[in-house]
Design a protein around this ligand. Structure first.
Ligand code: C2E
Ligand code: CA
Ligand code: CA
Length: 753
């Protein structure tokens, strides 16, 4: 840019300076002469024809009336200065078109110099103010020198206004870009955004490359950039194929050279054909962006790009940070799949985009995973989960969203034709092998169809799938179930039942009955089992098999169980007062109660509050406690047993029976499930199970009690097989405490000689 003084000397000399080579560069300034006097046009052009202002020539446009002037202005929005005659077809024709220029054509930067022949036609002061008029001159004032000064000032002013405007737009763009980048996910998207922004500056198609290199000073390499050699992290337009290639691999020497130099010299390189911008990274790496350019950038744009680079470098740091946080928040660290949050988030996203028609979610649960963990160790369990994750990523499920929902549960979301039992189950058909051991795994799957749940969101869908899964699990291992109207109704029904149960519990509609247990050898009553009963207000009985699982699922079983325990121990004290001090009280304990680490304490408190003896209490647990993990269960049982409390394993043979598990559990008694007892004299399959269980209990040094004995034949058979004790309708039904007391005393009298 020429210095100010140069202009002055040029002015004083009164003649045009030689055209400096730079003058050919920019487009000429457009100057519009509006005057109805053709002479004015020629004189002005003659006076200023060879003038150069700020390295640029002048180009004159001519209009001889206001209409012509407006027409021209409409076609040429880049006019820098208008030399406008006030008096033309009317006395104020010139003044009138100013309004049109500013208000209608919105040419706010264009400078206007008014000229008038007669001083009497001077515009009013407020017109000058209102319409942003640069200068007002009478025609005779406009000699070459004065004209030149006025024009130079006006053009400079015009140029500054335009630069200001460009800066404003550029800043807006940068701010918009930064905001945009905050929400971008990951470095690649971010880098593509950078290319688009730079291309916007350069006025070209958004085509380019972004390349990342380890920071030369620290040499640190972020885990997002696995290689210290520069890698292309984003490539758009015709460079698209270069993504993830190393810089050296690109066979365009111009790009390689520019990017390499830029990264080594750690500065931006701008030339007529390309822009290679440098971004300082604070996170252990730098990056550089390359775009082609249509031509040289003006100074304003260059400066803006600089601001852009600094700003974007900061954004890049944030992006890396955010991706890392996002990674931690959304990826399961064990199996490296999206986690529950990511799963729900993605489904919600797709729902928002309306992409969920014909989509279904599957919740896969590994059967008996807790047992696998117990028996083979947690490390094995972890490895198994990873192996399952890898299998779930294989085609055709690679087109679905696969996530680890938690524990041994995996979620799959995708098209109906992919997410279905025929595809999911075979994935688990081949055994998993670890340390040369093959392990067959069965899974239960719950499905929830998106269409079935119109108000769906990710959380809801997952909840439905999990309800379906529970349903599948209730019918055994390896089963599948679809969330359906029936299940929905059942869920609602269960909720109602739970509310009723809560009400019943609070209003003393629950009570306990006691069923005698006898020695098969002596016939003596050795104890009673407490069993809960619920009679509704209209006199119906709800069987415990129906409401106990609901109480377990809701956690109500904890307070319910506590109440049963205390009531039973009170009854025990009553029996003792009645002189029946040989009787033991068996109380059923749910795995949910057992899950509380403070359970032994709760029992201890109940014992001391009721004055019952620990030796007279027997807790019946089922094999479902196995789900809590062997170590935990063993520890808790040992803790209970040190106080003298007995432990019985209930319903033996119906659940998951791991013999190694049984051997290590410190239990005193095995209770044979009634189904095996009934099979004894019925020629049904399973006939021999009772026999085996009796044998097993004996071998493990446990007492064996048969449940559900209904006939004399069953009792005799069991006794002959070596079963110790029994319980069942044949001997006595569960009864109220008062009835039990009379039953016992009647029996006592009977047995007296
Ligand atoms: P369970 O612990 O196996 O209890 C034995 C069940 O067999 C009782 O059913 C009892 O009434 C029934 N029973 C006993 N002898 C015979 C017989 O000769 N024939 C037939 N058909 N049935 C017989 P109930 O009382 O319906 O209880 C069902 C289950 O509910 C219990 O099975 C137990 O698992 C659970 N339950 C009952 N009370 C409680 C409680 O206070 N806490 C917990 N956690 N569970 C309980
Ligand atoms: Ca029981
Ligand atoms: Ca039982």
């Amino acid at each position: 840019m020429p210095e100010h003084d140069e202009f002055l000397s040029f002015l004083d000399e009164g003649k045009a300076a030689p055209v400096p080579p730079a003058a050919n560069k920019g487009r000429p300034w457009q100057v519009l002469i509006v005057d109805d006097d053709p002479d004015v046009h020629t004189t002005t052009e003659f006076a200023l024809g060879d003038v150069i202002i700020q390295d640029r020539h002048l180009e004159f446009l001519h209009a001889y009336s206001s209409i012509e002037a407006l027409q021209l202005l409409r076609q040429e929005p880049q006019i820098a200065v208008i030399l406008l005659d006030v008096v033309m077809e009317t006395e104020d024709a010139g003044l009138r078109i100013i309004h049109a220029i500013r208000e209608e054509l919105r040419l706010t930067h264009t400078r206007i110099i008014l000229r008038t022949g007669q001083p009497g036609h001077a515009p009013e002061i407020d017109t000058i103010n209102r319409y942003d008029i640069n200068d007002y001159k009478t025609k005779n004032e406009l000699v070459r020198k004065k004209l030149y000064t006025t024009l130079t000032t006006a053009i400079r002013c015009y140029d500054q206004l335009r630069r200001l405007e460009a800066s404003r737009r550029g800043l807006e763009q940068i701010i918009a870009a930064s905001n945009q980048f905050i929400v971008e996910q990951g470095l690649q998207t971010f880098a593509e955004g950078v290319i688009a922004q730079i291309a916007g500056f350069a006025g070209i198609e958004p085509e380019g490359l972004v390349c990342v290199a380890a920071h030369p000073t620290t040499g640190a390499v972020d885990d997002l950039i696995p290689d210290p050699h520069p890698v292309i992290t984003a490539a758009t337009g015709r460079y698209r194929n270069l993504i993830r290639h190393h810089l050296e691999e690109i066979d365009d020497s111009r790009i390689v050279e520019h990017l390499t130099r830029c990264l080594i010299e750690r500065r931006s390189l701008l030339d007529e054909h390309s822009l290679t911008l440098f971004f300082t990274g604070h996170e252990g790496y730098d990056f550089a962006a390359f775009v082609d350019s249509a031509g040289p950038l003006c100074e304003v744009d260059q400066h803006l790009l600089e601001v852009f680079c600094i700003n974007i470098a900061l954004c890049a740091d944030n992006v890396v940070l955010v991706s890392r946080l996002r990674n931690q928040a959304f990826v399961d660290s064990l199996v490296h799949l999206p986690n529950r949050t990511a799963f729900i988030h993605t489904i919600d996203q797709r729902l928002k985009e309306d992409q969920c028609d014909q989509q279904i979610i599957a919740l896969i649960d590994v059967d008996q995973f807790a047992e696998i963990n117990d028996m083979l160790g947690h490390q094995y369990g972890d490895r198994l989960l990873c192996a399952i994750a890898r299998r779930l990523e294989q085609p055709p499920l690679d087109r679905c969203l696969v996530a680890r929902i938690g524990g041994d549960k995996f979620g799959v979301f995708g098209e109906n034709r992919l997410v279905q039992p025929q595809i999911l189950q075979p994935i688990f058909a081949t055994p998993f092998s670890a340390e040369c051991v093959e392990h067959s795994v069965s899974v239960s799957i719950g499905f929830a169809q998106f269409n079935a749940c119109p108000s769906a969101c990710g959380t809801e869908l997952l909840k439905d799938a999990s309800i379906a899964l529970k349903h599948a699990k209730s019918s055994g291992f390896g089963q599948v179930a679809y969330y359906s109207d029936a299940i929905r109704t059942e869920t609602r029904e269960r909720t109602r039942l739970l509310n009723d149960l809560r009400h019943a519990f609070d209003h003393d509609h629950l009570f306990i009955v006691y069923q005698p247990q006898l020695s098969l050898h002596s016939g003596a009553v050795i104890g009673v089992e407490s069993l809960i009963r619920w009679r509704t207000e209209d006199g119906r009985f709800v069987p415990p098999d129906r409401f106990i699982p609901i109480a377990e699922r809701s956690g109500l079983i904890v307070s319910l169980g506590n109440w049963v325990l205390r009531t039973a121990l009170h009854a025990l004290a009553r029996l003792r007062t009645a002189g029946l001090d040989q009787l033991r009280m068996a109380v059923n304990v749910s795995a949910v109660q057992f899950r509380q680490p403070q359970f032994p304490q709760i029992v201890q408190e109940a014992l001391s509050d009721t004055g019952a003896h620990a030796e007279d209490l027997e807790l019946e647990i089922t094999e479902s406690v196995a789900a809590l993990g062997f170590d935990y269960v063993e520890k808790l049982l040992r803790q209970l047993k040190t106080t003298g409390i007995g432990v019985a394993i209930d319903d033996f043979g119906t659940g998951f029976s791991s013999l190694s598990y049984l051997d290590r559990l410190p239990a005193d008694r095995l209770k044979i499930d009634k189904s095996f007892v009934w099979a004894l004299d019925s020629q049904q399959p399973g006939q021999r199970i009772a026999e085996i269980v009796i044998e097993l209990g004996r071998k493990l040094g446990m007492n064996v009690l048969a449940e559900g004995v209904e006939t004399a034949a069953q009792a005799t058979l069991l006794r002959d097989l070596g079963c110790d004790d029994a319980q069942g309708y044949y001997f006595g039904k569960p009864m109220l405490l008062e009835d039990l007391l009379s039953w016992l005393s009647a029996r006592g009298k009977e047995q007296q000689p």
